[in-house]
Design a protein around this ligand. Structure first.
Ligand code: DX5
Ligand code: ZN
Length: 214
């Protein structure tokens, strides 16, 4: 699957870009929420997501890069999040947060920063609908893919096959037509792509191309 990241969309023409994704081979909308505290950048919050939801015809995959995400779980559900992912590094009571997301009627996922080992998921993976591995340090689009992510995908694939085969593996950061095929082969199920899609001459064709590499 492919989940184009709206962080690289043209915010002045957001409806146009949302409709482009509606009409493309994309599976989800990747929606990056940044608070300027957990990550050194601020993106957008619930009012913008509410507008995206109004036009989006595919699930909203909302990636929270914020401290204390528990406080906002219901509000993201209210504005239309279908999948809500929270950072391992931002949750003191991760098990409770995951249960909270599911109880609110959304799919729940955990995100790991590049330095956070997959082994820390041993006792939470059974509760996750997906795990998102950051393949760049979160905060900005257009960064270089970190090669060690392949090793983490192999470890995560082993872990989920053992404990929760239904858990999806999503990769976020530096994904392009050059590494998509190897990522899918290694075990990734969902690829997020921001600059590779919106920076392309033909975004719709690029979405199809990345998806076709699996
Ligand atoms: C980074 C965000 C990503 C970002 C990816 O913190 O989580 O979703 O949009 O952008 P690219 O695909 O350009 O690396
Ligand atoms: Zn993201």
């Amino acid at each position: 699957m492919i989940s184009p990241s709206l962080l690289s969309a043209d915010f002045g023409n957001l409806q146009r870009d949302v409709e482009m994704i509606n009409n493309s081979a994309a599976d989800w909308f990747h929606v990056d929420v940044m608070d300027g505290v957990f990550v050194p950048n601020i993106s957008f919050g619930q009012p913008v997501i509410k507008f995206i939801k109004k036009h989006a015809q595919k699930p909203l995959d909302v990636h929270l890069m914020i401290v204390d995400p528990d406080r906002y779980v219901e509000s993201f559900k209210q504005v239309g999040a279908d999948i809500l992912t929270v950072h391992y590094e931002a949750c003191t009571h991760l098990h409770r947060t995951i249960a909270h997301i599911k109880d609110s009627g959304m799919k729940a996922g955990v995100v790991l920063n590049p330095h956070t080992p997959v082994s820390l998921l041993e006792d939470i993976v059974q509760d996750c609908d997906l795990v998102l591995l950051m393949s760049v340090n979160p905060g900005f689009g257009g960064q270089k893919y970190i090669e060690n992510t392949y090793n983490k995908i192999i470890q995560l694939d082993e872990l989920r096959n053992r404990k929760n085969p239904n858990c999806l593996i999503e990769i976020d950061g530096g994904v392009s037509v050059d590494n998509a095929s190897k990522l899918y082969e290694t075990g990734a199920d969902v690829l997020v792509a921001g600059s590779a899609v919106f920076g392309a001459q033909n975004p719709m064709e690029t979405i199809e191309k990345i998806k076709g590499l699996r």
